[in-house]
Design a protein around this ligand. Sequence first.
Ligand code: 5GP
Ligand code: ZN
Length: 118
Amino acid sequence: MSDCIFCKVAAGEIPATLIYEDDHVVAFDDIAPQAPVHSLIIPRAHYRDLADDVPAEVLAALLGAVPRVAAAKGVDASGYRVIINTGEHASQTVKHLHVHLMGGAQMVHGMVTFAEGE
Ligand code: 5GP
Ligand code: ZN
């Protein structure tokens, strides 16, 4: 996808410091962090979201990278939250499947919030 920013990150066309990479995925910090540690893990190949017929080996690589990225960011012992926004109600903004890894401070239990009036 030529106009996809995460395809460009994966291809090295948009600069990002990679935390982790393998044949299927790359990981880098979010440009607008919402937690002291906020990293993203994305497949190298373009999939719109979790419902885009993602091969099992890619799904395994995405989640398999999570503890590695957590360790690299120093939150493996303290814990972290993993979020995969999927579609409109989740407010997914970048339409290239990505896993958010967030940590570095205590979060409240049940962080999900809804827009006013919903
Ligand atoms: P979503 O809301 O789609 O689940 O999350 C998209 C995330 O991508 C947001 O947290 C946003 O800050 C991040 N993001 C958008 N553009 C870029 C970029 O060019 N570089 C990086 N590192 N993160 C980005
Ligand atoms: Zn893409």
